[in-house]
Ligand binder design. Structure first.
Ligand SMILES: [Fe+2]
Length: 434
């Protein structure tokens, strides 16, 4: 099956590139931060975290470890729960003035994404913030090839940002999120201590868990890399390069982990086995989608976070409107995979099985429905909102949601099934409630 999926296509790519950081995983490994920073040649670091973690045992452990290794440190804790251009501007000033030879981040995706972008803008200022973003939003200015070494310490089990070359930022004036993706943004080392997940509220584990699940599911069902055009300049090969044998490895295992442990990890903070596995699964999914790209799940989540209103989420100390990233991604997912299944039915069927869907009596033609049913079941068992209606959207919002998300051009083109604006409207319309 795998060979067929990657069969050569006329003028299609015949090469793919993989980039991952050196990676350390295990309970208590935050105590290695100092030695690892020193090993990367760091003598004075800028440590990025957020106001909620600033006084946590996790940041204290990293600070103590850096001290033991004689690494000087200054702390930046002004990261917002959704990384945005304003916090990156502040982080960039911190980097520009700090005289650092390395950066350490301790936090979830927003902290790590802020650290990545702050280095870029602090060391290589742009005239306009959007200069480094791809057209049509930005000017597509080339991103310089050199930043500082980055040791990324993940504290949530979702984004996998510790393993990706991606920074997702909210542009406040446009009220929407866009992606910076460049190999230079990849951390040199990742440190993942699953003990950090012991204190996460249930809805944070649910949201980050659905994020990792969708990373895995989208990259496993993405268009094959052989169906993207051949890239003549190897250094310009995009990160969104399509499904490939490497991304399959991490995606399959991450789907298995989500299928077995998501519900357990959300519903019991004491279930260390489940929460450890979700942390591992998040990194695996990050290593996978960071080298393949996601598709419609993530693309269609951007309309949700752009247009949300009067909605809050339990477990997140954030004022309205706020829908956490993973929830924004899962809301339309059942409807999306019903739509995409016909383009890669075997992969959707396999994914349903990996997620522990009961496939008794089901055939390959049922793959989209089976996968959708299993996603809805997981949403119900973890207290997630029931579709777009669960976060305040109705049928009248569909055209605006579709118009907003349609701007995520490359991710939409990574879908296994060609998808136009009308298709997106139909997907949203079928995702109001399940
Ligand atoms: Fe994500």
């Amino acid at each position: 099956m795998g060979c067929q999926y990657f069969d050569p296509c006329d003028n299609g790519a015949d090469t793919y590139t993989i980039a991952i950081p050196k990676y350390t995983f295990g309970r208590g490994c935050l105590r290695e931060a100092g030695a690892r920073a020193a090993g990367l040649g760091m003598t004075r670091v800028g440590l990025f975290t957020d106001p909620f973690l600033r006084d946590s045992v996790y940041v204290a452990t990293v600070l103590e470890s850096l001290k033991q290794a004689a690494v000087d440190v200054a702390v930046f804790d002004e990261t917002t729960i959704e990384a945005d251009d304003a916090s990156v501007e502040r982080g960039a000033a911190f980097v520009a003035e700090g005289n650092f030879d390395g950066v350490v981040s301790v936090g979830g995706g927003s902290v790590m994404d802020t650290a990545k972008a702050s280095m870029l803008y602090g060391l290589h200022p742009a005239e306009e913030f959007l200069d480094y973003f791809a057209p049509p939003l930005g000017a597509g200015r080339a991103i310089p090839r050199k930043l500082l070494p980055h040791l990324a310490c993940a504290t949530t089990s979702g984004t996998g940002s510790e393993c990706t070359s991606i920074s997702v930022l909210r542009i406040n004036d446009l009220a929407t999120k866009f992606v910076l993706a460049n190999p230079v943004l990849l951390p040199q080392e990742a440190l993942v201590d699953p003990a950090c997940s012991d204190t996460l509220p249930a809805m944070v584990v649910a949201s980050t868990g659905f994020d990792l699940l969708c990373h895995a599911l989208e990259c496993y069902t993405a268009k094959a890399y052989t169906r993207w055009d051949k890239q003549e300049d190897p250094l310009k090969r995009p990160l969104i390069q399509g499904a490939n044998p490497w991304s399959d490895l991490g995606a399959r295992k991450a789907l298995e982990i989500a299928g077995e442990y998501l519900e357990r990890g959300v519903n019991s903070a004491d279930d260390h086995e489940a929460r450890d596995q979700l942390m591992w699964g998040a990194s695996l999914a990050g290593m996978a989608f960071g080298n393949s790209g996601t598709h419609l799940g993530h693309a269609l989540s951007y309309g949700v976070t752009h247009l949300m209103r009067d909605v809050t989420t339990e477990g997140y100390p954030v004022k309205a409107p706020f829908v956490p990233h993973g929830i924004s991604v899962i809301l339309a997912a059942p409807s999306i995979f019903r739509y995409t299944a016909e383009a890669a039915p075997e992969r959707h069927f396999e994914a349903a099985g990996l997620l522990q869907c009961d496939l008794t009596g089901a055939g390959i033609d049922d793959s989209g429905e089976a996968l959708a049913r299993r996603l809805i079941e997981l949403m119900q068992k973890t207290g997630a909102p029931n579709g777009l209606g669960g976060v305040g959207f109705g049928p009248d919002d569909v055209p605006a949601l579709a118009a907003s998300s349609a701007r995520q051009v490359r991710a939409i083109a990574n879908s296994p099934r060609a998808t136009n604006l009308v298709d997106i409207e139909n997907i949203y319309a079928a995702a109001i409630s399940y």
